[in-house]
Design a protein around this ligand. Structure first.
Ligand SMILES: C[S@@+](CC[C@H](N)C(=O)[O-])C[C@H]1O[C@@H](n2cnc3c(N)ncnc32)[C@H](O)[C@@H]1O
Length: 213
């Protein structure tokens, strides 16, 4: 099975293991402090749409994209239930050229570890192309120091029963700074602890908040 098939299988029913209906505290902090103000936004790897819905409820004009058609269907249903208008589309981020718009804010929560190193240069170029000058970009993904899915120091890890067959890549903060630093000014880069489901410890994740000069 390729990644798309694996994600479709995980999304056979709603409420995937990673889906959180409430926004992360890091996202809330960006919005509540006004570091990111209501603007045209894209949520890359939006899953079931709850972070998009949060942003739309705060006055953002949101587009959500995900490789999984099922996830996009759930996201549309969730938005309709909440009464917010969001454009959700089933698009693979390797086809970002299909997005004709440019954005002021890119939210990318828990997607980067699904993008393998050999795909990352093109991905960073594509993200740069769809972000307007002065636009902001938040990227959060698994860090190699994390104790979850395997031991610290392992780069390639497997999701196991949660998403059978899915291989992930856990980055160091340094390699992401190097990749994204080619295009963006890095406002903040740090490790964060993100609550996990079914693990003893939280996930250790890379947090980068960036701006396109
Ligand atoms: C760990 S989940 C996170 C979902 C959502 N951001 C959240 O926090 O609930 C990763 C998401 O990225 C999507 N995804 C994985 N690879 C993708 C790709 N190449 N293009 C678009 N979406 C992708 C998956 O379908 C899944 O919904």
């Amino acid at each position: 099975m390729d990644d798309k098939e694996i994600f479709e299988k995980v999304y056979e029913k709603t409420g995937a293991v990673w889906t959180k209906t409430q926004p992360s505290k890091e996202l809330v902090e960006l919005i509540e402090t006004g570091k990111v103000k209501p603007c045209k936004t894209v949520d890359l790897g939006c899953g079931e749409g709850f972070y998009s819905i949060y942003l739309a409820s705060k006055g953002f004009d949101v587009t959500g994209i995900d490789i999984s058609e099922r996830a996009v269907r759930y996201a549309k249903e969730n938005a309709a239930e909440t009464g917010v208008k969001i454009k959700f589309m089933a698009i693979d981020v390797s086809d970002l050229h299909k997005l004709k718009d440019k954005f002021d804010f890119i939210l990318e929560w828990a997607l980067m570890h699904h993008i393998m190193p050999q795909q990352r240069q093109k991905y960073a170029e594509d993200v740069n192309r769809i972000l307007k000058k002065g636009g902001k970009y938040m990227s959060v993904s698994f860090n190699e120091k994390s104790h979850t899915f395997s031991g610290p120091g392992e780069k390639y890890r497997k999701s196991g029963e949660r998403a059978p067959g899915l291989k992930m890549y856990f980055s160091s903060l340094e390699e992401l700074k190097e990749l994204f630093g080619q295009y963006f000014k890095i406002i903040e880069a740090k490790l964060i602890e993100v609550p996990s489901v079914g693990f003893e410890k939280p996930h250790t994740e890379n947090y980068l908040f960036m701006e396109k000069p």
